[in-house]
Design a protein around this ligand. Structure first.
Ligand SMILES: NC(=O)c1ccc[n+]([C@@H]2O[C@H](COP(=O)([O-])OP(=O)(O)OC[C@H]3O[C@@H](n4cnc5c(N)ncnc54)[C@H](O)[C@@H]3O)[C@@H](O)[C@H]2O)c1
Length: 426
């Protein structure tokens, strides 16, 4: 039995927050010594103001660029490899990613394989890939999020759908962290309400999962400090960021979804996404995310409102939040006080609550929010039936990087029961 972990480490990108701060990116690149850069975005965001602002800022600063606007919403191994080919064939000295998590993650992976070429599965999380550490520094990457969701601007994580297994996986290493995240509330002004809702619920789940993950002291101690994973388990510093992200999200998400011109709500949701990124980027997430990867990967015909993709997809935040109520009922017994604190941060009156009720109280808060934000009513509403449960379980089992952070171990039987409960939410 290896010794237990005794230390944790916080790592995050530099973050700049401010309305209009996107205009500064050209000057940042000059200061980084960049003369020619790649701009990554997706086809929907390409004609929108955030990209125009970036391109104008580059021009004003005398920085030239090539634009890759073929990022796939919910990237796949093949779409990432197309982005790598583009980056490898286009000389550049820095990358700017303008878009949601799909764009930022694609840019991180392209940057990695361009700087350190390898077989595609070499850096991918085990057991799907070999999980090799990133060998050295990558080129500067400036991430400019246009959703208030993933927190990818703060993390060393890139997620994609691994199509041969119909499940998501990713690459996780501190060296993938963007050099700088420019968090500019102006960039979510045109976000469709359905995207604001699902990406905002991703923030909510990042916050609760990282707050309820196993304590970092329950992981084995690594042989060398560099082998300490990015996702280390809950820890006192992540707790602060995750809890504040949860409070902000609970307070502002309904307003941000209902009225995209509500500047205060949009700004608070941008902050919440970045706060949650700092929290979960170091503590990790657990079962709602682990279970979401096959829910996304096995999609058949579902087309999500607000998502302009040329393929069926289950938005990431939807695939996560549909599992969350069942999971937190399952995990509450391991740390009822943490689950009650999360429920309280969401507005529940927990003054007289019995710790035995912690899971029910927290899941009721989440379900009410899902209902108010017009989420699909469970996995069944996406077209899944009980016959899909074995495949959903099979797609979750390899997600060790996150499932092992669950405070309560979940094997095939437990996961099958959780998916069964997630079929209908209310
Ligand atoms: N790296 C990480 O730490 C991390 C964490 C969580 C999720 N993810 C991954 O991120 C991806 C999801 O990212 P996301 O939720 O940010 O959404 P996204 O990037 O997939 O974009 C969602 C949709 O919104 C559109 N869009 C984005 N910004 C817009 C804007 N300002 N105005 C109008 N339309 C806009 C996009 O074109 C797309 O149709 C998933 O692949 C998920 O697995 C990564």
């Amino acid at each position: 039995m290896p010794d237990h972990e005794y230390a944790f480490e916080m790592a995050t990108s530099g973050i700049r927050f401010g309305s209009g701060a996107t205009r500064e990116v050209g000057a940042d690149l000059v200061d980084l010594g960049a003369r020619h850069v790649l701009v990554f975005t997706d086809p929907t965001v390409r004609p929108l103001p955030p990209v125009a602002t970036v391109l104008q800022s580059l021009e004003d600063a005398g920085v030239t660029c090539d634009v890759f606007d073929q990022v796939r919403v919910e990237p796949s191994d093949t779409s990432i490899q197309r982005a790598i080919q583009f980056a490898a064939a286009t000389p550049h000295d820095a990358i700017v990613a303008v878009g949601g998590g799909s764009t930022i993650d694609t840019a991180k992976a392209a940057n990695l394989y361009c700087c350190w070429p390898a077989d595609f599965l070499d850096y991918v999380n085990p057991p799907i890939g070999k999980g090799k550490p990133v060998p050295g520094p990558v080129k500067p990457l400036i991430a400019i999020p246009t959703t208030a969701g993933t927190g990818s601007e703060t993390t060393g994580v890139a997620i994609f759908d691994y199509q041969p297994l119909h499940s998501k996986t990713g690459i996780a290493h501190r060296r993938l962290k963007p050099t700088l995240g420019i968090v500019d509330p102006e960039n979510t002004r045109m976000l469709p309400p359905a995207v604001a809702a699902s990406s905002g619920l991703d923030v909510l789940s990042h916050a609760i999962e990282s707050f309820t993950a196993i304590p970092y002291t329950e992981r084995p101690r690594p042989a060398r400090p560099t082998l300490r994973p990015a996702y280390q388990g809950s820890n006192p510093i992540s707790d602060i960021w995750s809890m504040e992200a949860l409070r902000l999200t609970a307070r502002y998400i309904r307003r941000a979804v209902a009225d995209p011109s509500d500047d205060e709500a949009r700004a608070k949701m941008m902050l919440a996404a970045a706060y949650a990124g700092v929290g979960f980027g170091n503590a990790g997430v657990h079962l709602p995310h682990g279970m979401s990867y096959p829910v996304s990967g096995l999609v058949r015909g579902y087309r999500a409102p607000g998502y302009s993709a040329d393929h069926p997809l289950v938005p990431h935040g939807v695939s996560v939040i549909l599992n969350a109520p069942a999971v937190f009922r399952f995990t509450a017994g391991t740390s009822p006080e943490r689950h009650l604190m999360a429920a309280e941060a969401m507005g529940a009156d927990t003054g007289r609550a019995n710790t035995d009720d912690a899971g029910r109280i927290l899941s009721a808060q989440i379900i009410q929010l899902m209902h108010d934000l017009h989420m699909p009513n469970g996995l069944r509403a996406l077209g899944y039936t009980d016959a899909d449960i074995p495949a959903l379980v099979e797609g979750t089992l390899p997600q060790h990087r996150v499932t092992k952070l669950s405070p309560r171990p979940a094997g095939p039987d437990e996961l099958a029961r959780l998916f069964e409960e997630a079929m209908v939410s209310w």
